[in-house]
Design a protein around this ligand. Structure first.
Ligand code: BGC
Length: 261
């Protein structure tokens, strides 16, 4: 029987206490890893996630940091390494869609904020994690992108630009580190039912519209993303680096082309 065993591995999940990150933190712990649950402002939520993991027999600790600050990202990685002994897996999950605004009537500060959280944050964390991964001769970085690393999205140019950038960062970093025992991969979730898109799935008309954009006709569940992330972080994926795995119920295969054309 094949199973995923991450005992002895230390994993940092940024934004690890809510939405997709919470499912990832729980699944890593269920696979035997020690989990560092990063949060920015939601201390209560992080403590809840850590408590739930502990009750289920797993090991987790919460770590705060503002990842749009390079020094804070560096300290986060240092704190996790000294608390857990090493860092084997970094999951750059923390992210935001930003507010919908067309270019020209948008706010440059808001655009930059999305870039900071969705692209620079992962870069800061990765650059802090690489030296010790290199020293240990092993490490995996999983960057959570989106179907919007491929699909343009009106009103969300900061988000699509950040996610496409994160995809190319994944490939370039994978190329830089492949000879040093480090793998760098991306997971591109489609529309997953989390607080980030609650306003859409809470509105029947908007939900119907979104479902039609998905070949499988339904939103994904957070654990469906978490399973892919845990697999990619494990030795089962030992030959996978520098690529994006879409986990999107077939959003990227143009469901509209089932007819017409
Ligand atoms: C966004 C969601 C959106 C989905 C599909 C994701 O990357 O975070 O808000 O529903 O893409 O458009």
């Amino acid at each position: 029987m094949i199973s995923i065993d991450l005992q002895g591995r230390n994993v940092l999940v940024t934004g690890g206490s809510g939405g997709l990150g919470r499912a990832m933190s729980e699944m890593f712990a269920a696979a035997g890893a020690r989990v560092a649950v990063h949060y920015h402002q939601g201390q209560k939520e992080a403590e809840e996630a850590v408590g739930a993991i502990g009750e289920a027999g797993g090991m987790a600790r919460a770590f705060p940091a503002d990842l749009s600050d390079p020094a804070a990202a560096g300290h986060l990685v240092e704190n996790v390494e000294s608390a857990l002994g090493s860092l084997d897996v970094l999951v750059n999950n923390a992210g935001m869609d930003g507010r919908r605004a067309l270019v020209g009537s948008d706010d440059p500060a808001a655009w930059e904020k999305v870039l900071h959280v969705d692209l620079l944050g992962p870069y800061y964390c990765a650059r802090a994690a690489i030296p010790s991964m290199e020293k240990n001769g092993r490490g995996v970085i999983v960057n959570v992108t989106s179907v919007h690393e491929f699909i343009p999205w009106e009103g969300y140019s900061a988000y699509t630009s950040a996610k496409a950038g994160l995809s190319m960062f994944t490939k370039t970093l994978a190329q830089e580190t492949a000879g040093r025992g480090i793998r760098v991969v991306a997971v591109a979730p489609g529309a997953i039912r989390t607080p980030i898109n609650e306003a859409v799935w809470n509105d029947p008309a908007l939900l119907r519209d979104l479902d039609q954009k998905i070949s499988m006709g339904r939103l994904g569940k957070p654990e469906e993303i978490a399973r892919a992330v845990v697999f990619l972080a494990s030795d089962l994926a030992s030959y996978i680096t520098g690529t994006t795995l879409a986990v999107d119920g077939g959003m990227l295969i143009y469901p509209d082309f089932r007819h017409g054309g």
